[in-house]
Design a protein around this ligand. Structure first.
Ligand SMILES: C[S@@+](CC[C@H](N)C(=O)[O-])C[C@H]1O[C@@H](n2cnc3c(N)ncnc32)[C@H](O)[C@@H]1O
Ligand code: SF4
Length: 455
């Protein structure tokens, strides 16, 4: 694409669009129609349909230091006395679910996210996982994964997690450039990162992955290239190459640097293009929206088999439809209903102590939501819709049929019979493609920010 046409293209498509880790996206949940009794009913129904298999996401929100780019729900503190009461609350919250679920529980997945899970001492992590798995069966093919920041991860953390059955680890890097690290307040050496990486490999973690972000303040194309050269030495199984979500209206800490420091539009697009090209040259294959994996990696195999799935944790290989979120701000997805926990640690803990599910918001999916959700997921996970779009006849089909030729004209998709296939450009702008199927966006001005931009 020529520079001028690229600019026109970006002006058109670089809008504020959801990331579709859920459909409907959280800001469009219908709180008035949400009913806890119905949520419980739907949760248990999926549990029974899944023969008792569950995936757990546990949110551990504490971090010692604040990275100013971060859009996650976190609580900054150096006071480690918060650990004990928080773990107690999470175990108690799980006991509410155990009470609700009518049958033996088989744990397929546990993901510890944050915040910084390794803010917690190895003893507390052991107490947490033992408290959660007690009385449940852990599937033989379980996947236990954890997000770590190398500066706060000791060998003992890794040994403890490995002994508890953890087999996947994502190591947060973002960028090794010292200028960027200074601007985002995250000074992290290559040596420390490589140490955690090698230890995890030696201890037998099967998937050792790295998170990178493009579009960070102060970042340059050359800087990204240098970071990728260092990452290449480590040979991670998967690399997440996320677009920096600049959401200063939500994450006030992002106002600490100037807007001019943040690459946007064409500059950010070139960073993505170069990073993507170099990742492909390093032997990784693009999978989903922002992931790159080795050919033999499970994510890539699931993609080839058409079995990739997407939920609040991002892309996953598990087809499990019941994901229970524990901890402050965690989201539970029963496939036909969503709920999100209280975000503030104290409110979350108080509710749990009072014996109630700490739910702050929720949504019960209508039949129409469910059809659209399946459609959006199939495009995001398989690069093509495996459901004919005539199935959307109950939805806003006239609008969809008007938009499809425009996406075809711009080289994002091609229509084959009654199905849609993403073209290479469409894979990069998949959020924009699937947005035409999102009913909740119909009357919205796409330039009013609720979501981060596509690039
Ligand atoms: C909860 S954080 C990671 C765990 C750990 N606390 C760390 O910092 O390494 C999960 C990942 O989210 C991504 N992330 C956080 N804020 C982001 C933002 N504003 N835009 C894009 N990705 C972001 C980063 O890649 C980060 O590694
Ligand atoms: S990036 Fe990680 S360590 Fe930094 S503030 Fe966010 S959650 Fe905490």
């Amino acid at each position: 694409m020529q520079m001028d046409s690229t600019t026109t293209f970006l002006d058109k498509y670089n809008q504020s669009v959801p990331r579709y880790t859920s459909y409907p996206s959280v800001p469009f949940w219908n709180q008035e129609r949400f009913d806890v009794a119905e949520w419980k009913f739907r949760l248990n129904k999926t549990f029974i349909n899944q023969s008792g298999e569950v995936s757990l996401y546990i949110h551990l929100p504490f971090c010692e230091d604040l990275c100013t780019y971060c859009a996650c729900n976190k609580r900054i503190t150096k006071n480690h006395a918060v650990e004990g009461p928080y773990i107690e609350a999470v175990i108690k919250e799980w006991s509410f679910y155990r009470h609700l679920l009518t049958g033996p529980v088989v744990i397929k997945e546990i993901h510890l996210g944050g915040g910084t899970p390794t803010f917690f001492s190895p003893d507390h992590l052991r107490q947490l996982i033992n408290g959660i798995t007690e009385g449940c069966t852990v599937s033989e093919e379980h996947e236990f994964s954890v997000e770590v920041h190398p500066n706060y991860t000791t060998d003992l953390h890794l040994e403890t997690l490995r002994a508890l059955g953890f087999n996947r680890i994502s190591i947060g890097v973002q960028d090794f450039d010292p200028v960027v690290q200074g601007l985002i307040n995250r000074i992290q050496t290559f040596q420390q990162t490589a140490h955690v990486f090698q230890k995890a490999r030696e201890m037998g973690f099967k998937g050792v992955n790295i998170d990178l972000v493009y579009g960070l303040p102060g970042q340059t194309e050359e800087g990204i290239s240098r970071t990728l050269k260092k990452v290449e030495v480590l040979r991670p199984d998967r690399i997440a190459f996320y677009s920096y979500a600049h959401v200063p209206w939500k994450s006030k800490v992002q106002r600490r640097y100037n807007d001019e420091d943040v690459p946007q539009g064409l500059r950010k697009w070139h960073m993505y293009r170069r990073g993507r090209q170099e990742l492909l040259e390093m032997g990784y294959q693009a999978v989903g929206m922002d992931h790159f994996a080795r050919k033999e990696d499970k994510l890539m195999c699931a993609f080839r088999r058409g079995e990739l799935h997407r939920n609040f944790m991002g892309y996953t290989t598990s087809s499990n439809l019941l994901m229970i979120g524990l901890g402050a701000s965690a989201i539970t997805d029963t496939w036909s209903a969503f709920s999100q926990n209280e975000r503030v640690v104290e409110i979350y803990q108080d509710k749990v102590r009072n014996g109630e599910f700490p739910i702050a918001a929720g949504h019960l999916l209508s039949r129409r939501d469910m059809v659209i959700r399946r459609f959006i997921l199939s495009l995001m996970c398989n690069d093509q819709s495996n459901i004919p779009f005539s199935e959307l006849r109950e939805a806003h089909i006239d609008y969809i049929l008007d938009k499809i030729p425009l996406l075809e004209e711009d080289g994002l998709i091609q229509v084959v019979g009654d199905k849609i296939q993403l073209l290479p450009l469409g894979r990069m702008f998949v959020r924009n493609v699937v947005a035409i199927f999102d009913e909740y966006l119909l009357d919205r001005d796409m330039n009013v920010p609720i979501f981060s931009r596509a690039i």
